[in-house]
Ligand binder design. Structure first.
Ligand code: DGL
Length: 269
């Protein structure tokens, strides 16, 4: 049941991810909607989500939704492919705000691209659900899809090691595998992966890669607009970052995409 109170226009938009990945979505949304208040939760204690079970992910996501609910969020952006794939369907009716899951939100637009073969890089947990495949083929059954899990990439990003030889070798291994399929486009199906775009572009032209966050941000804006949920208040805005571990590391690793002014607050859920 949605109450009127939770949907006040100047209530914040919540974001969550296992860590800095969701910042790639946050940055896009904030650019499009600068007049909003924001709360971001990075579950750095429990990352990487891609290696967790459904039971664990349900528990983490429910706690984060409850935390965001306490902050009166009017909407929550699941800036995390893994939880969108594994737990969204099970949890989506349990809270008092709009919920935007990344995969289900962007699949239609991607499926309409004039191409026949598409690759997906994502976490092990996301690939195991075949959520991208199912969602894309729902709209375009003729699309050929090759899904490849990339364990290890998230930790490289969380540790700010995008420019290391380790990162290059990890990316090279998966790109070699993917290129055998000759994809016309490759979806970066984990919000951490855009941090690796420089390395990825050493193996295929940058325009091959789809960062779903760009479309996702437009979809979120359009939907909030259509529901008259955008903030019309002209007072000073706030953004608050919370993490469950290593706040300074989060601030440093996120800086490739977004400059966080203050050290995030540590919270245990
Ligand atoms: N960034 C998240 C995703 O999009 C989670 C990655 C992880 O922690 O394994 O899937």
């Amino acid at each position: 049941m949605r109450t009127i109170l939770s949907r006040l226009n100047n209530n914040p938009i919540g974001f969550f991810d296992s860590g800095v990945g969701g910042v790639t979505v946050y940055e896009q949304v904030k650019k499009l909607l600068p007049n909003e208040n924001y709360i971001y939760f990075g579950d750095t204690k429990n990352m990487p989500y891609g290696e967790k079970t459904e039971e664990q992910l349900l528990e983490f996501a429910d706690k984060i939704f409850r935390f965001l609910e306490q902050q009166n969020t009017k909407a929550v952006v699941m800036a995390c492919n893994t939880t969108s794939a594994v737990v969204y369907e099970k949890l989506k009716n349990n809270y008092d705000f709009e919920i935007y899951p990344i995969i289900q939100s962007v699949a239609k637009q991607i499926s309409e691209l004039p191409i026949k073969k598409i690759g997906v890089f994502a976490t092990k947990a996301t690939i195991n659900t075949h959520c991208y495949k199912k969602e894309l083929q729902k709209h375009n059954p003729n699309l050929e899809i090759n899904e490849i899990p990339c364990p290890g990439w998230v930790k490289i990003v969380e540790n700010g090691q995008e420019k290391t030889n380790e990162a290059k070798l990890a990316v090279q291994e998966k790109m070699n595998e993917m290129l055998k399929f000759s994809p016309e486009k490759i979806i970066l199906g984990c919000t951490h992966y855009p941090y690796l775009l420089d390395v990825l572009s050493e193996f295929a032209p940058e325009k091959t890669f789809i960062n779903p966050s760009i479309e996702f941000a437009k979809i979120i804006k359009k939907d909030l607009e259509s529901k008259s949920l955008l903030n019309k208040d002209l007072c000073e805005k706030y953004e608050k970052f919370y993490v469950s571990k290593s706040p300074e590391n989060f601030k440093n690793s996120a800086s490739l995409f977004y400059k966080i002014e203050q050290i995030p607050e540590l919270v245990m859920l």
